[in-house]
Design a protein around this ligand. Structure first.
Ligand SMILES: [Zn+2]
Length: 486
């Protein structure tokens, strides 16, 4: 399904819409999730928590969004977290040089290049202003962090974090001291990050405020194995090589390591993540892990894979997987002057831990799951979300709004709620319209209470994907629904 159809659905059902929208000149790149969207995003987050964080034995923290400027001096963001920007000499329109060059020439222009390199590509391809076709000025770098001023008397510079991992790095020395863990140790966090994008676009695909779910696995570079590798060794990974050749046929994690396509860390955690994405409802054939090389890869990274999902907008990166070496911890140790090293249990020697990072964009995951589950059958549209991702497990509908049916419906809804089902109920409009609304937000089961219910104490279950209906006794309803969800 295409992007416009999804945005239309999001807006019509209040799933996702622009923040501050009642004000005409609100800044772009900020989005609010309404009740259904918030519920789906929360359930995706819970699934990440159970299938990634808990499953692999990680710790989870909840760090502050606003952080000391020195954190970003150490991380390099103050110096180099900047987008290449070009301005039209005539009309003043502003563009991202890398995106503009890619659009015009179809040549990749990695955003990390020096400004002069962008200038030479702009003249090579004769790139002009997209609004008025005038020449463009020189490329300059624009820092994308949001600066905030903290305190009243002597305001101190701080920044809204551009990535959640920085609090994990800064908290690592304390966590090692208090949590009594030995390496490798994974520390995870889900939360908001902020980037002052020059041209936010495609809604939550490139927004200025977004939710990340990140995991940092701290390890001893002398022992780069994963203890639980056996659990995942037969999982089949979809891979794409760095040089953009044809996709590999899916290979097992074990084969990928034996053939030296990747490290054991990469094979294990890419498998954990791919399996998680499939469980979110994304078909395996729409997922690929693409190896990054050369200028695409961050200078400090030793091994990099982007996990991408195929959408109507093309392949969208939703997880960045990187071996960040000791770059982060060494830098924080140096700027803070604190000891960030750990002591090896075997050799008793001190070393700075290396890090395998799994950085996921929750909003991008949300979009990809919604788009890939959107189905259209004639006039009917529905989201084929897995029941544990749907905003409600079940909706209870009295057939008509009279004859005691609403009261009976409320009774059934209360039984289901107390049995642990997320339960919606509605009495407005015809039953057909209510089914259509439930389908469109992905509720897997609708329960209809009709006149016969009053005598036979049974209701009808309607299945979202097949539209099949079956009659079930109210006292067997919870059991039946649980069975259907499994
Ligand atoms: Zn112009």
């Amino acid at each position: 399904m295409n992007f416009e159809t999804m945005m239309n659905l999001f807006s019509r059902r209040g799933i996702l819409f622009p923040s501050s929208e009642i004000y005409d000149n609100h800044p772009s790149g900020f989005w609010d999730y309404g009740p259904y969207g918030a519920a789906i995003k929360r359930k995706l987050t819970e699934l990440w928590r159970s299938d990634v964080v808990k499953r692999t034995g990680m710790l989870e923290i909840d760090g502050s969004i606003c952080m000391d400027a020195d954190v970003f001096r150490a991380s390099g963001h103050l110096e180099s977290f900047a987008d290449p920007l070009v301005e039209c000499v005539k009309c003043g329109s502003i563009f991202r040089a890398d995106k503009l060059i890619e659009e015009v020439s179809k040549e990749k222009a990695p955003e990390g290049m020096a400004p002069e390199k962008f200038d030479s590509l702009i003249s090579k391809y004769g790139v002009k202003c997209q609004s008025c076709k005038s020449p463009l000025g020189k490329t300059r770098k624009f820092n994308m962090m949001f600066r905030v001023s903290v305190g009243a008397s002597k305001p101190q510079d701080a920044y809204l974090r551009p990535e959640t991992c920085q609090s994990i790095f800064a908290d690592f020395p304390r966590l090692m001291k208090v949590m009594k863990k030995s390496l490798p140790v994974g520390i995870a966090q889900v939360g908001k990050s902020f980037r002052n994008e020059i041209s936010p676009r495609n809604a939550v695909i490139r927004a200025r405020e977004f939710t990340q779910a990140e995991a940092e696995i701290f390890f001893d570079p002398g022992k780069p194995g994963v203890e639980k590798f056996k659990d995942m060794e037969n999982y089949r990974l979809n891979l794409k090589s760095a040089k953009d050749r044809a996709d590999y046929a899916p290979v097992t994690a074990k084969e990928a390591v034996n053939k030296k396509m990747m490290s054991e860390f990469a094979a294990y955690y890419l498998s954990v993540m791919q399996q998680f994405l499939v469980k979110c409802g994304l078909p395996a054939e729409k997922i690929r892990n693409r190896q990054l090389d050369g200028e695409e890869r961050a200078f400090y990274a030793k091994e990099s894979w982007d996990t991408e999902v195929k959408t109507s907008l093309g392949w969208v990166e939703i997880v960045a997987n990187n071996n960040r070496t000791d770059y982060d911890m060494s830098a924080h140790g140096k700027i803070s002057g604190k000891d960030v090293s750990v002591v090896s249990a075997e050799t008793n020697e001190k070393f700075v831990p290396h890090i395998w990072e799994i950085s996921m964009g929750m909003d991008r995951l949300f979009y990809c799951v919604m788009e890939s589950s959107y189905k259209k059958e004639g006039e009917r549209a529905y989201l084929s979300l897995p029941s544990y991702i749907a905003p409600y497990h079940v909706a209870v509908f009295p057939l008509v709004n009279k004859d005691g049916l609403p009261g009976k419906g409320a009774e059934v809804a209360a039984v289901l709620s107390s049995a642990g089902f997320d339960t919606d109920s509605e009495t407005k409009d015809s039953i057909g319209k209510r089914y259509a609304r439930a389908d469109e937000i992905g509720i897997p089961f609708c329960i209809t209470v009709d006149n016969e219910t009053m005598s036979d104490n049974a209701v009808t279950i309607r299945h979202r994907d097949t539209k099949n209906q079956e009659r079930v006794k109210i006292n067997e309803l919870a059991c039946k629904l649980r069975e259907l969800m499994d």
